[in-house]
Design a protein around this ligand. Structure first.
Ligand code: ADP
Length: 161
């Protein structure tokens, strides 16, 4: 049986921390579907289309990884994709409370879908998409933190602002 995990998030933009998690996820699941939420309330820097295109480019050589947008209840989406688990990342203790709430709410709505947490490599433990955007907005280099396609997209975005 093909074991599919859904990795949901905003991915505004995708960082090396996200990538690290995708690779780790593929160590235990046959497929990881990166599910990008529009997250309009968070006022994303990149449009949904830009985020999807960037991720597609970055993961094109990673076997088992794919990307899609979703804008329904997460557990409904997981069922539709025949996923067995929701994959989420835990960086520091600060992630824990929110992630626990989310996981328990999802379990309440659908008790047969598990949330699996994975820890990224230490070097990505303090990496957030927000900090990456902040640094890039002031012209700082983010090349150690994001794939090259994302680095280019950030440069382009802030050049036009
Ligand atoms: P959301 O809006 O759902 O928080 P994000 O794109 O910020 O979307 O994050 C998606 C998931 O990836 C979350 O579970 C988050 O904890 C995880 N994540 C974000 N950054 C990292 C990182 N540097 N290392 C590991 N996991 C991460």
């Amino acid at each position: 049986m093909n074991r599919i995990a859904i990795y949901p998030g905003t991915f505004d933009p995708l960082t090396n921390g996200h990538l690290d998690l995708i690779t780790r996820g593929l160590g235990i699941f046959d497929e990881v579907i990166i599910a990008v939420a529009p997250s309009l309330k968070k006022k994303p820097l990149f449009t949904l289309e830009e985020r999807l295109a960037m991720i597609n480019e970055v993961i094109k050589d990673i076997k088992g990884a794919s990307v899609e947008a979703f804008d329904t209840l997460l557990v409904e989406y997981v069922k539709k994709k025949k996923g067995v688990a929701i994959l989420r990342g835990l960086r520091a203790v600060s992630d824990f409370e929110y992630e626990l709430q989310l996981a328990l709410m999802n379990r309440r709505i659908s008790h047969d879908i598990e949330t699996v947490f994975m820890m990224p490599s230490e070097e990505y433990s303090f990496l957030t998409a927000s900090i990456v955007k902040e640094v890039a907005s002031f012209g700082g280099s983010v090349k150690d933190f994001v794939p090259v396609q994302v680095e280019e997209a950030l440069k382009k975005k802030f050049r036009h602002m």
